[in-house]
Design a protein around this ligand. Structure first.
Ligand SMILES: Nc1ncnc2c1ncn2[C@@H]1O[C@H](COP(=O)(O)OP(=O)(O)OP(=O)(O)O)[C@@H](O)[C@H]1O
Ligand SMILES: [Mg+2]
Length: 488
C-alpha cells in the first residue's frame, strides 16, 4: 500500500524543485513585468489560436466549395461536348474547353480523351500536352462498370500547388472522358492574405494591451511605491511622514490605515517623551526635597536636640557643684522637664520622617493619627474619615495609599479654600479604593498637569501606577475629588 502511494506521489514530488524555482523566479520579477507578461501571453494565445482556427475552417470550406464547383463544371462540360464529338467537330470541342477554362478563375486546364486514349482537344496551347497528366486518373472507361459512369475526383501536387483533377465520362463513357483541373492557388492566396490581416490585428491588439497594462501597472504601483517610501521614512524615525491617498480603493484604504498607524505612533511617542520630561523633573524635585528635609533635620538636631543636650550637660555640672539638697532637687526637676521636652522633639522628628504607626498598626491607625494632626494644624477645616479596611495590606500598598491621601489632603488645605475634607477608604474584593474630597473652588486639572511645575499630582499618579493601580482627579467649582484604586 505504502509503495503504491509512494509511486503515485513520486512524479509530483519530483516536480517540487522546479515548482520552487518557478515561484522564486516569478516572485523576483516586478509587478509590471508580471502584468505585461500575462497580457502579452494571453494576447498571443488568443490571436494565434483564433487565426489558426479560422485558417483551418476556411481552408476546409474553400476546398469543399472548390470540389463542388469542379464536379458541377465538369459534368456540365461532359454534357456540352457530346454533340460536337458526335459531329466530329474538334474545333468546337476545343472552343468549349477554352471557354470553360477562361470563365473559371481556378481552372488550370481541360482536355478530352477519346475512348482510344488519344487526346482530342486540350487547353495547353503551343506548350503541348503533358502526357504525365493521363496517368493521374484512368482515362479509359469500362462502360460496363457502374462506378466508372460517375465523375471521378483526385488531387495531386504540382508546381501550381494543390490541383484537383475531375474526370467525367462523356455519353456514359462511350465517347471518352473530359478532364478538368482546378488549382487551390487563388484560394490559398485569399487564406494567406486573411491570415496576414489577422496577425496584424493581433499585433495591434498586443500593442494596445502593452499600453493598457503599462498604464494599469503605473496606476497600481505608483501608490504602492509611495507607501514603501513613506514606510522607509517612518522606519527611519520621521513620524510626520504620511502616505498620499491616491484613490478610494483597497490601496487607498491601506494608505489610510498606515497613516493612522503613524499618527498613533507619533502620539504615543509624544506621550512617552512628555512622561520622560515629567519623570526627570520629579526626580530632580525629589532629590531637592530630600536634601531640604535632611537640612531641616540636621538643623533641628543641632539647634533643638543638640542645644538641649548641651544645656542638660551644663545643668548636670551645675547640679554636681550644688551643696544644698533642696537646690539639687530643684535643678534635677528642671533638667527632667527639659529632657522630657527634648524627648518629645525627638519623637516628633521621628514621626515626621516616617510614621512608625504605619508599620506597627497599619494604614487605618496611621491615617487616623494623621487626620488628628491635620485637624490641629488646620483648625478651620473639618476632617471626615470613613475608613473601612478590615485587614492589613502589603507594606508597599499601605505606604502608597498613605502618601497619596497625605498629598491630597495637603493640597486641599493649601489650594482649595474649602472647609471640609472627607476621606473614604474601602476594599472591594482584591482592590482597595480611596477617595479624598474637598468642597473648595476646584481647579483646571489638565492645565495643572500640563504646567508640570509641581510634583504633587504627578507623584500621586506615579505612586498609584507603580503598584499597578490608577489615579483620577475630578475638579469643578464645587470642589475636587481624587480617586485612587490599587490592587490589594
Ligand atoms: N484640591 C485642590 N483644590 C484646588 N486646587 C488644587 C487642588 N489640588 C491641586 N490644586 C492645584 O493644582 C496645582 C498642582 O498641585 P500639585 O500638588 O501638583 O502641586 P503643589 O501642591 O502646588 O506643589 P507640591 O509639589 O508641593 O505638591 C496646585 O498648585 C493647585 O493650583
Ligand atoms: Mg501638592
Amino acid at each position: 500500500m505504502t509503495n503504491i502511494r509512494q509511486e503515485w506521489r513520486t512524479p509530483f514530488a519530483q516536480l517540487a524543485p522546479q515548482r520552487e524555482r518557478f515561484w522564486s523566479w516569478a516572485g523576483g520579477v516586478s509587478v509590471r513585468t508580471k502584468i505585461l507578461g500575462i497580457v502579452l501571453a494571453l494576447t498571443a494565445i488568443l490571436g494565434l489560436g483564433v487565426t489558426w482556427q479560422v485558417r483551418l475552417v476556411m481552408s476546409r470550406v474553400f476546398v469543399a466549395e472548390l470540389e463542388q464547383r469542379g464536379l458541377s463544371v465538369v459534368s456540365d462540360l461532359a454534357g456540352r461536348v457530346i454533340d460536337p464529338i458526335l459531329l466530329n467537330d474538334t474545333f468546337a470541342v476545343h472552343e468549349l474547353l477554352i471557354d470553360t477554362v477562361v470563365n473559371h478563375p481556378d481552372a488550370l486546364y481541360a482536355f478530352v480523351v477519346a475512348p482510344s486514349g488519344d487526346v482530342i482537344a486540350h487547353t495547353f496551347g503551343d506548350s503541348g500536352f503533358p502526357l504525365a497528366l493521363l496517368g493521374v486518373q484512368p482515362t479509359a472507361y469500362d462502360t460496363a462498370d457502374e462506378a466508372h459512369r460517375h465523375i471521378q475526383h483526385t488531387t495531386y501536387r504540382s508546381e501550381q500547388g494543390m490541383v484537383h483533377d475531375f474526370s467525367a465520362p462523356i455519353f456514359e463513357g462511350r465517347s471518352g472522358v473530359v478532364r478538368l483541373g482546378l488549382t487551390e492557388t487563388r484560394l490559398t492566396g485569399i487564406i494567406n492574405a486573411m491570415t496576414g490581416q489577422m496577425l496584424l490585428t493581433t499585433l495591434v491588439v498586443a500593442l494596445a494591451g502593452i499600453a493598457a497594462a503599462t498604464f494599469l501597472t503605473w496606476l497600481l504601483t505608483r501608490p504602492i511605491l509611495a507607501l514603501v517610501e513613506t514606510t522607509h521614512l517612518v522606519g527611519q524615525g520621521d513620524l510626520k511622514a504620511r502616505a498620499p491617498h491616491w484613490a478610494d480603493d483597497e490601496i487607498g484604504a491601506l494608505a489610510d490605515a498606515f497613516n493612522q498607524m503613524a499618527v498613533n505612533l507619533e502620539t504615543s511617542r509624544q506621550a512617552i517623551a512628555e512622561k520622560d520630561i515629567a519623570r526627570t523633573q520629579l526626580l530632580e524635585q525629589l532629590i531637592t526635597a530630600q536634601e531640604e528635609e535632611r537640612k531641616r533635620i540636621a538643623r533641628e538636631l543641632h539647634d533643638g536636640v543638640g542645644q538641649a543636650l548641651t544645656s542638660l550637660i551644663v545643668g548636670m555640672k551645675v547640679a554636681g557643684q550644688l551643696e544644698s539638697t533642696a537646690e539639687m532637687r530643684g535643678k534635677s526637676e528642671e533638667m527632667r522637664l527639659f529632657a522630657t521636652e527634648t524627648l518629645d522633639q525627638v519623637r516628633l522628628l521621628s514621626r515626621q520622617l516616617r510614621p512608625s504607626v504605619l508599620d506597627d498598626l497599619g494604614l487605618t491607625a496611621a491615617l487616623e493619627r494623621y487626620a488628628d494632626e491635620f485637624g490641629r494644624l488646620h483648625s478651620h477645616i473639618s476632617v471626615d474619615l470613613h475608613l473601612n479596611l478590615p485587614e492589613r495590606l502589603p507594606p508597599l500598598v499601605e505606604t502608597t495609599l498613605y502618601r497619596i491621601v497625605q498629598e491630597a489632603m495637603t493640597n486641599a488645605a493649601r489650594h482649595s479654600n474649602g472647609d471640609t475634607v472627607s476621606v473614604l477608604l474601602s476594599r472591594h474584593d482584591d482592590r482597595v479604593r480611596a477617595i479624598v474630597e474637598d468642597n473648595g473652588n476646584g481647579f483646571d486639572v489638565e492645565g495643572a498637569r500640563r504646567a508640570g511645575r509641581s510634583v504633587g499630582l504627578y507623584g500621586m499618579t506615579e505612586r498609584a501606577e507603580l503598584v499597578g493601580g490608577y489615579l483620577e482627579v475630578e475638579s469643578s467649582g464645587d470642589g475636587t475629588a481624587v480617586y485612587v484604586e490599587v490592587p490589594a
